[in-house]
Design a binder for this molecule. Sequence first.
Ligand code: CAA
Length: 240
Amino acid sequence: MYGVAIVTGGTRGIGHDISKALIADGLKVAAFYAGNEEAAQKFRDETGQKAYKVDVSDFAAVEKAVAQVEADLGPVTVLVNNAGITRDGALHKMDPQNWHDVIETNLTSCFYLCRAVVGGMRERNFGRIINISSINGQKGQFGQTNYSAAKAGMLGFTKALALESAAKGITVNAICPGYIETDMTGQMRPEVLESIIRGIPMARMGQPDEIAAIVSFLASEKAAFITGATISANGGQYMV
Ligand code: CAA
């Protein structure tokens, strides 16, 4: 595969494995990261690819970064909206800032990134947009009204943009990972995580490369007829 992929949150966690899979597929990858310089430098050293520090919840910063990627690497053909944060807590105790931070970083960022790249994709009649949602956007989760709302929002966003983009050779799809072994799930209280794993029919968490493999397929020519789809990968924890 040729072209340039932007992967938000692309130096750590699921995003790290997505970046590596797309590099293995032959794409040039621009990994966006929020602030972890050590992980970003490790990614650069490991892959020889570029990592850009970008606040994805700031439209001006996103536009500037996308222009820089296009100047450095060429037109963006693949966009993976993977950046995400959690600020878990029951709604009756949730600080409004924790609501806004999660909505802006996880959902509004998808609008900003897509807004910045879709014009070029439309001109070139080709594009692949892949949004990393979550099982908790499909089923809801105790302590995650903010996160579940943002992740469910990504699913409606995906379908609407898929409709607008289908005639222009651009596919827009969503992936809903279940509980995957990353820093994010590593922050959970062990007893809470253990009780969740007991509810997974496969009795284990997923691995980041199991999500990256789906991204690699959706980004490929082989997936040209798939758009507006939501693909679950959750070990059987939730079936839709
Ligand atoms: N269902 C029903 N009741 C629950 C519950 C659940 N899942 N979790 C907690 N409760 C109940 C408790 O039993 C307790 O009841 P009592 O007061 O009657 O004893 C009450 O709610 C308060 O519980 P806590 O003391 O645990 O409340 P807390 O405020 O300390 O913690 C929380 C709340 C941090 C949200 C905690 O419940 C939690 O960590 N939940 C899991 C959130 C989660 O799954 N996050 C996923 C992060 S990873 C991710 O998001 C990636 C992805 O896409 C999957």
